[in-house]
Ligand binder design. Structure first.
Ligand code: ADP
Length: 334
């Protein structure tokens, strides 16, 4: 891993790959999921069988893909990677499945977006390691059963509630990924700074961690923007002062909320009097997809105590009014 510091100029994607923890022991945070998973993996290893299918659920950037790769590495298995939206036709999935070797891990990101025919094919594959391939059309069509090698499916989703019951039931274990604490994010920042050869002092590190919306991917991204600022406008070190100045440039506020987070809160408070308002209406007001508002923005706003999801719609809390520098109405403040 030390060799990675020789590659600071690579693109964003490569950097993200380079920063992925490789072993369960390198994975910071998520103590519950780590413990649960290590039991599932160890027990399968002792029995000499592929482990149960695993579903990882939680907001973007919390380490679901990294964890899937770690599962494969811990099993000494190869991993094949695809995503729900890429599996539009059942044939796409059949091709993927029939190429698996025994014990392989198949990772399907955004599995809640898989098309129905592919999903139905997956049921049989997960349960019996078999697929039925339909050949021909109309009355002459026949279905040919095809054996596939025993494999482990790892699915990732930002919306486990959007999974159909039958699909959810076929996973033996669901790991619910939580937002990271500032202390955990400090460790993530430290590790990434070491790998990339970036210098940040402890106060700078703590500030980046505090403003990363509980999300390692964001912590790594902010670290790189701090590095840019430190190199161009300062002496190369991410001090508290440098971090604050850099994050100001990139519109990340004291709580780590970005432009879109603030737009959502501002629309909720200014255009809808604090709510309740439906998520689609709110999304139109900020010019975003409802799924982006719901899966990317809201989880952290809820966790930060700014927004509440109620049966009648989204509601701004007193903290949200205050954060925008506004006086909350008496019934909210009450
Ligand atoms: P997801 O699949 O949930 O969107 P990823 O696994 O792609 O998230 O993680 C995004 C980035 O965040 C990775 O490149 C990795 O560098 C970093 N990361 C995520 N979780 C951790 C962790 N627990 N420890 C260290 N780095 C992490």
């Amino acid at each position: 891993e030390a060799a990675l510091s020789a590659l600071p100029q690579t693109g964003e994607r490569e950097v993200e790959t380079a920063l992925r923890p490789r072993k369960l022991a390198d994975f910071v945070g998520q103590p519950r999921v780590r413990e649960q998973l290590s039991l599932v993996l160890e027990s399968a290893r002792r029995r000499g069988v592929p482990p149960d299918h695993v579903l990882l659920s939680g907001p973007p950037g919390l380490g679901k893909t990294s964890m899937a790769m770690i599962i494969a590495a811990e099993l000494d298995a190869s991993i094949r990677i695809t995503s729900g939206p890429a599996l539009e036709r059942a044939g796409d999935l059949a091709a993927m499945l029939s190429n698996l070797a025994e014990g392989d891990v198949l990772f399907i990101d955004e599995i809640h977006r898989i098309a129905r025919p592919a999903e139905e094919m997956l049921y049989l594959a997960m349960e019996d390691f078999r697929v039925d391939v339909v050949v021909g059309k109309g009355p002459g069509a026949t279905s040919i059963p095809l054996e596939i090698a025993p494999f482990t499916l790892v699915g990732a989703t930002t919306r486990s509630g959007a999974l159909t019951g039958p699909l959810r039931d076929r996973f033996g274990f669901t790991g619910q990924m939580e937002f990271y604490s500032p202390e955990e994010l400090e460790q993530v920042v430290q590790r990434s700074a070491d790998l990339l050869g970036i210098s940040v002092d402890p106060h700078g590190r703590a500030e980046i961690a505090r403003r990363s919306r509980g999300t390692p991917r964001i912590a790594n991204r902010l670290l790189r923007r701090v590095r840019d600022y430190a190199e161009v406008r300062a002496d190369g070190t991410g001090t508290l002062e440098v971090v604050r100045a850099a994050l100001e440039v990139y519109d990340v506020d004291e709580l780590g909320l970005d432009r879109l987070d603030r737009a959502v809160l501002a629309a909720l408070v200014r255009s809808f009097g604090g709510g309740p308002v439906g998520v689609s209406t709110l999304a139109v007001a900020v010019g975003e997809e409802p799924s982006t508002v719901e899966e990317v923005c809201e989880p952290y706003l809820v966790r930060a105590g700014m927004l509440a999801r109620t049966p009648r719609g989204r509601v701004a809390t007193a903290a949200a009014w205050e954060h925008l520098g506004l006086q909350a109405p008496a019934e909210v403040a009450g």
